[in-house]
Structure formats: C-alpha cells, structure tokens
Design a protein around this ligand. Sequence first.
Ligand SMILES: NC(=O)c1ccc[n+]([C@@H]2O[C@H](COP(=O)([O-])OP(=O)(O)OC[C@H]3O[C@@H](n4cnc5c(N)ncnc54)[C@H](O)[C@@H]3O)[C@@H](O)[C@H]2O)c1
Length: 436
Amino acid sequence: MKIAMVGSGYVGLVSGACFADFGHDVVCVDNDPKKIEALEKGVMPIYEPGLADLVTTNVRGGRLSFSNDLGSAIEGAQAIFIAVGTPSRRGDGHADLTYVHQVAREIAEKLSGPAVIVTKSTVPVGTGDEVERILAESGTPHRFAVVSNPEFLREGAAIGDFKRPDRIVIGAEDDFGCDVMSEVYRPLFLNRAPILFTGRRTSELIKYAGNAFLATKITFINEMADLCEKVGANVQDVARGIGLDNRIGAKFLHAGPGYGGSCFPKDTLALLKTAEDFDSPVRIVEAVVKVNEARKRAMGRKVIEALGGSAEARGKKVAMLGLTFKPNTDDMRDSPAIAVAQALDDAGAVVTAYDPEGMELAKPLMPWVEMKANSYEAIDGADAIVIVTEWDAFRALDLDRVKSIASTPLMVDLRNVYDPADMAEKGFTYIGVGRG
Ligand SMILES: NC(=O)c1ccc[n+]([C@@H]2O[C@H](COP(=O)([O-])OP(=O)(O)OC[C@H]3O[C@@H](n4cnc5c(N)ncnc54)[C@H](O)[C@@H]3O)[C@@H](O)[C@H]2O)c1
C-alpha cells in the first residue's frame, strides 16, 4: 500500500519509517526544505534510538523516500497521514490547528484519487469534522474519508512503541475509512496488537484523556512526595506500596521535578480549553496543570534552599546534570530544567550543565548556562550538583572523583537516582525528592 506522511518530525518520521519497515511504500513529506535535504543525506533531524538505522534500511530497500512536494507524494496514496505539530496557541492554550488546517487544504487541492485522510497529530474533538468540511467544500471529485488515529509512542522508545503498541485506536465514520486503516495496520493485526475501532470524536478524546490521566498520576505522586518530606515518609516505598495494587499499577509513579515534554503540558491545557468550550469542566486536570507549573520553579527553590537560601546562593556554582524532559531524547520542549535554570539564575547562581543529547536545543532556551563536554567538567568546582534528568550516564558517576572535584559535596537529586544511605556513607550531603 502507498502511504504519504505529511510532517516528518518525531511522530511522522518514526511512523513513516515503521510503516515502511512493515512493507508499505512510504513518502515522508515536510515543508522544511532543510529537514528533507538532511534526511535524503541520511542525517536524522532528531535523536531517537534506532531511528537512523531503520530509516537507512528502508531507504535502501526502496520503501521509504522524502519529499517537499505534497502533490506528488500523495499521488496514488491510499492513506494520507497528517502528522504536523499542534502546539499551544499563544495567549489561550488552545491547540493551534493552523498547520493541520493548512495541510488539509493542500491535500484537498492536490488530491488525485480516492484516499483516506488520517489525523495522527493530537487534535481536539471536532478537528476531524473540520478537516472533512475543508475537503468537502473544496469540491474534490475524489472519494475520501477522514479518520482519527492518535499516536501513543514515547520519545526515547518510539520505534518499539510503534511496532509493539499497547493498542491502536482508530476513529472512523464509514467502511472506507475502516477498511483502508485495517490494511495499513494489517501487519500489527497479525501480531495481535489490540485495535479499538470507535467513532472519530471518541478517538480524538481518547488521546487527551490518556495524557491527562498520566499527567495526573505523575502530579499525584509528586504531591505525595512533598507530603512525605513533611511527615518523614519515603515516597519510593509509598509508590511501590500502591503500585503493586493492580488497579493502580506501578508506572508513572516516580516523584520528580514535574512533567514536561512536547505532549503533556500542551495536551492538558488543550483539554481544559475543550472542556471550557463545552461547559463541562475537568477540575482534576485544572488542578494538575496548576500544581505541575508551580512545581518546576519550586525545584529551583529547593536547590537554592540547599545552598543555604537566596542570600547564600548568589555567586555559588551549580552543576545541572540533564536538561531534557526525560532521558533518551534531545527534546527540550517544556522541560522542567528550564524553570530550574531560570530560578537559579534569578538567585544569582552561576550555572553549568551537561546533557548527553539536549545541549544544542537547550542553549537558546538558557543562554546564561555554560554547557560542558561531560558530567565531570560541569561538576568541577561546583557548590551543588543537581540531577535533573535520569540519563543512564548519571547513574554510575565516579562519586570519589565527583567529591574530589566539587567545591562542596552537595547533591540535589530531583530523580531519586541515588541511595541516601550510600551517599551519606560517601560523605555527601544528599537531598532527594520525597525521602523524608
Ligand atoms: N512527540 C511525541 O512524542 C508525540 C507523541 C504522540 C503524539 N504527538 C503529536 O503528534 C503531532 C506531531 O508532533 P511531533 O512531535 O512529531 O512534532 P514536530 O514538530 O517534531 O514535527 C512536525 C513536523 O511537521 C512539519 N510541518 C509543519 N507544517 C507542515 C506543512 N504544512 N506541510 C508539511 N510539513 C509540515 C514541520 O516542519 C515538522 O517537521 C503533534 O500533534 C503531537 O502532539 C507527538
């Protein structure tokens, strides 16, 4: 089957490469000429484990190609995916659908045969109806259906998630949409991946409900962590104690500096806006958004307090280990590290940092931070070391070396990577999250 993937970012490129690996004939389209030029040379625009090899294999196999030209890319395609960004709209937090609508109009204009248009981008309820209206009003003579197929992959584990998904959700309103999508995902049907066929609006809402639920779980355990610190309890044991209950589950119960990334912050906000528009408030999610926002900067204050308060922090050197919102990605969008670095700078601290993949994208977001070539260069002369992201590279630091090069052996571990007793034994002043 021929597939066109419009938008070759995290989702478009990973999905396109995986569909090609299933045996489909895929063209990935992007309107950023530099991205396409780089991809044609085998240079990946993002860091994602295994992606470069997957792309190279499928390009060599003749199943995957790249293009700036939407018209030729969609020629003969039975499924045309829209995988462009849907960022928060400036000012009100609604999902900005400019790119989705622009692509829908371009598809409508250039459609040259029957096709199913699939929104893979995360879009608010009713967006499929709008895409359908754009196509219908264009007067295209070709048969089309508009389907919702939200993506659940996680950055850092994207290929595995795409090829072995927990579930595939397809929101279709007619047989044409269902039939073409069944063919697209046939290789996964054979693997018995659970597939949920539902209405288009339901499918659109599933994506937001899922992300809001996960954001709630993270925020819940973060508040429990604060309570643990006050009452002298251990949040990791609390998380294990509740997570072993099958009704709750152990995942997303790691206390930390708050959720970030390209999805949860914008998707929770967009859900609030949808709820507001339909006069059906989602008060739990409202609280989650507020608590999480406040938490990121509070983590900066936690470091300042560890340094002895704002008067003491001025001029002190702080080494941040990890900048991306989670390990195994270079994505800096809404990373808690930004608020932490800002709070430290506001307090007059001098900040150095090291991140295995995120420094290029982090630099313009925190120009006052001095990026270093490795953990030890960042730590050299530091009055405090802050673990912000739990990259594997920070799990096995040579603690004797760290102690000998740091100015003060003070570690604020926002990811609870280290064991407090071990750290005390090594002579560190150690502050974790929720380990009262
Ligand atoms: N990143 C994730 O982990 C993830 C996971 C699930 C869902 N999503 C959703 O998937 C969508 C895409 O996210 P992403 O992270 O891949 O975004 P991204 O910013 O990495 O990629 C979007 C791409 O679309 C391209 N684009 C924009 N307008 C275009 C146009 N008119 N024609 C062709 N290309 C165009 C951009 O140049 C860019 O390369 C969003 O709605 C997001 O919420 C993302």
